[in-house]
Design a protein around this ligand. Structure first.
Ligand SMILES: C[S@@+](CC[C@H](N)C(=O)[O-])C[C@H]1O[C@@H](n2cnc3c(N)ncnc32)[C@H](O)[C@@H]1O
Length: 475
């Protein structure tokens, strides 16, 4: 079939075609389109707009009533000219006659600012590349990040510039390079357009997060999953976030009055998390920078010790002016964790071996001696199996050294990360046989790469958790 001729109504409001352009020339996107317009008594504008809706110009981003001379006119649909009214409905023609409406030629002029990203890219890219939409991106703060396929790379700067031009909230457009870093899970990226500035601010779960997007892991698509898990944590419970990143679980949970000991191996994630704790005025979350396996043991000891201190006062909680006698918000620290979070899907299952003997010397803290139950483990993983049950149960058994029954593990589907690869969150209660087992030599703590510091705020000494940590630097 022949392509539609440029005079076909549908083609009139498409940008001019400049296939093969590699350096953006915005000036070529000017276009004038000849339309017909109705000049009517201003008091009849609304009536005609309503009665003749089918015959008015219906093109996205163009309102059919426009200013003309000192008044307003109504634009008629594409294909109608002052000389040829035949495309109009009979009802419209009658209304025009009845209202003595004048039909005038109207030159509708558009330029680069009118067209969408897809309009422009589809007039620039070779036809062979038009099947996909390379203009799709994910925004993190002021950065749009693309994952351009190889065939689009010769046009990458142009694609980046068009996206930047068309999205006023963006300042930088980057393309992800190579695969993800295997340890810290961050991407190398190339700036395609805009500022060479990777320091972003992003909101999630009612909190603000600041970080260098080129140095740490952040995935906007995990928002719902972060919220799901956070909603399981109760105020006054203790959560151990073993691979916490910049704090998308730890900071909002802390804001809800959950005591969180949160760790990340990446020093840049750790520093950002410390800053985010302070930025959001969180009294209940404390950041650490060590290997996750070591942290599982370290945190159990640390929490038990913290629990022996005073409850945490929240100096940031605003007091009500109308209720001046409201008590200061206080949360007691439980001696054991109610939840562990392990979001490092590529290898977190392998870290389960660290739970062997984690409460060997702390049996007295749990039932039947107290009301405390053993903690829930929420461990993220990837699988290529569908259904995933046997694969995940097998890998849990291998790492934990204990066979979990199918009904003891909740496998929550999180998202598809590749055509044959799914992300799951496995939640199960830590078995007593594992938690209280004798500790193997291999579980001796590893010296962390850096020591822990706490956020520096003037209120630091007033918060139980921070006051404790200020007294006892972790080595
Ligand atoms: C997939 S990210 C998840 C971060 C965060 N929990 C989230 O949901 O956005 C995994 C994190 O694990 C950290 N990590 C990698 N190896 C680690 C280890 N051995 N111990 C602790 N953290 C580790 C990485 O630096 C990264 O921030």
């Amino acid at each position: 079939m022949d392509p539609p001729s440029p005079s076909t109504p549908g083609m009139l409001l498409r940008p001019p075609v400049f296939r093969g352009m590699k350096v953006l020339d915005r000036s070529v996107f000017r276009k004038a389109v000849d339309l017909a317009a109705l000049k009517v008594d201003p008091k009849n504008l609304g009536l005609i707009r309503k009665e003749c809706a089918q015959d008015l110009l219906r093109v996205p981003r163009i309102a059919p009533i426009v200013k003309h001379d000192n008044g307003k006119v109504i634009l008629l649909k594409l294909g109608v000219t002052p000389e040829d009214l035949s495309p109009l409905q009979q009802k419209t023609k009658e209304l025009i006659a009845k209202n003595n409406a004048e039909i005038i030629p109207y030159k509708f002029e558009v330029d680069y600012s009118f067209w969408t990203v897809d309009d422009i890219l589809s007039s620039i890219l070779p036809e062979s590349l038009l099947g996909e939409t390379p203009g799709g991106y994910t925004a993190v703060g002021h950065i749009a990040h693309l994952n351009l396929r190889e065939q689009y790379l010769p046009y990458k700067y142009l694609i980046g510039q068009v996206i930047l031009d068309k999205n006023p909230t963006l300042r930088t457009v980057v393309n992800k390079l190579d695969a993800i870093d295997t340890v810290y899970r961050n991407f190398k990226m190339e700036v395609l357009a805009g500022d060479d500035d990777f320091w972003v601010e992003q909101s999630e779960s009612g909190c603000r997060f600041q970080f260098d997007f080129s140095k740490v892991y952040w995935n906007t698509r995990l928002h719902t999953e972060h919220d799901r898990l956070i909603s399981l944590f109760q105020r006054g419970e203790a959560v151990c976030d073993v691979m916490a990143g910049v704090g998308p679980f730890a900071v909002p949970a802390g804001k809800n009055g959950v005591i969180v000991l949160a760790n990340d191996l990446n020093p840049d994630s750790y520093k950002a998390m410390v800053n985010n704790i302070s930025l959001n005025k969180i009294a209940y979350t404390k950041a650490y920078n060590m290997d996750g396996r070591a942290f599982i043991h370290h945190a159990a000891a640390e929490l038990e010790e913290l629990a022996q201190g005073p409850p945490i006062e929240n100096p940031f909680k605003k007091r009500s002016r109308t209720k001046p006698r409201q008590p200061v918000e206080v949360v007691s620290i439980p001696p054991t964790f109610q939840h562990y979070v392990m979001n490092l899907p590529a290898s977190a299952l392998e870290f389960l071996d660290a739970f062997k003997g984690v409460y060997h010397t702390r049996r007295h803290l749990f039932k039947p001696h107290t009301t405390a139950e053993l903690p829930m483990i929420h461990v993220y993983c990837f699988t290529k199996e569908d259904p995933p049950t046997q694969d995940l149960l097998g890998r849990i058994k291998e790492a934990l050294g204990w066979e979990m029954k199918e009904e003891e593990v909740r496998m929550h589907y999180v998202r598809k990360v590749a055509p044959m690869k799914d992300m799951y969150c496995c939640s199960f209660r830590l078995p007593a046989e594992v938690a209280f087992a004798a500790k193997d030599a291999q579980y001796v703590d590893i010296v962390p790469p850096t020591t822990t510091t706490t956020t520096t705020t003037t209120t630091e000494q007033r918060t139980g958790l921070r006051a404790e940590s200020a007294k006892r630097p972790i080595v």
